[in-house]
Write a new protein. Structure first.
Lengths: 68, 179
């Protein structure tokens, strides 16, 4: 956020091209994220979603009920 | 509500400090994440994942929240407003989304730290590319926010245009209604 160095009230009344480009990119990214989350199944945004990394992962004892 | 000039400068300084500090902290996390994935030294790999969780709680989260709060105060306390200009709106969205993702990712940091602390876990189980991916994306988002803040590209929202029209019409109406 910023200090206004120029008057914010003297701007043309059209939607600039950069806003349209940003909007399209944001929509595509959000769509991709939603698809990724949905393909990982329900509850896919917990630690278990990272178990497909560089090696096979199992929950350490400190994070399971038995380990408490 | 307009902030007095001194207070506005103070909030602006706090906002820039928190936002740029957040960007720098994310860059450090990216370096840690790359070390975790590429280093051949086992204690270094485990150490990288162990330090991520406390560092995120003590540095990333406070800076993210401070950046969001000071940004809100700064925009609402100046003529820019919060929903009047596209660049402010995009910055707000970036800030809110990045903060939500960070807070939801804290659980993953805890998981990664627990895995790194487990002596029975193999190094291939400890290594995880997820922090690298998240840090790289966060860095990109925060860089976009910084560029928006510096360049302030033109463009008013519909709400901003209506507010502007109302502000220019009111004095005219007052002048016309005078006897």
């Amino acid at each position: 956020m910023a200090d206004p160095p120029r008057s914010p009230d003297t701007q043309p009344h059209t939607t600039p091209r950069w806003v349209k480009v940003f909007g399209i990119i944001a929509a595509v990214v959000i769509l991709l994220l939603v698809i990724m989350l949905m393909t990982r199944g329900p509850g896919g945004h917990g630690p278990s979603r990272h178990t497909g990394g560089l090696g096979r992962h199992t929950l350490p004892a400190s994070l399971t009920d038995d380990g408490v | 509500m307009r902030l007095p000039p001194r207070l506005r400068r103070f909030v602006l300084t706090a906002h820039v400090t928190a936002s740029v500090g957040w960007l720098g902290a994310v860059a450090c996390f990216l370096a840690l994440a790359i070390i975790g994935v590429t280093s051949q030294d086992a204690p270094t790999v485990r150490g990288a994942y162990l330090v991520m969780e406390p560092a995120a709680w003590y540095v990333l989260v406070p800076l993210a929240v401070a950046s969001l709060l000071t940004g809100l105060v700064q925009s609402l306390g100046t003529t820019w407003g919060l929903f009047r200009h596209y660049w402010v709106l995009f910055k707000l969205l970036i800030n809110v989304i990045a903060t939500i993702v960070l807070l939801s990712y804290m659980e993953t940091f805890r998981f990664l730290a627990a895995m790194a602390a487990d002596p029975n876990a193999d190094l291939s189980q400890v290594r995880n590319p997820s922090p690298m991916l998240h840090a790289a994306l966060a860095l990109l988002l925060l860089l976009v926010a910084t560029v928006l803040a510096v360049y302030k590209p033109r463009g008013m929202t519909g709400y901003g245009r209506r507010k502007q029209q109302r502000r220019t019409e009111l004095p005219r109406q007052r002048m016309a209604s005078r006897p």
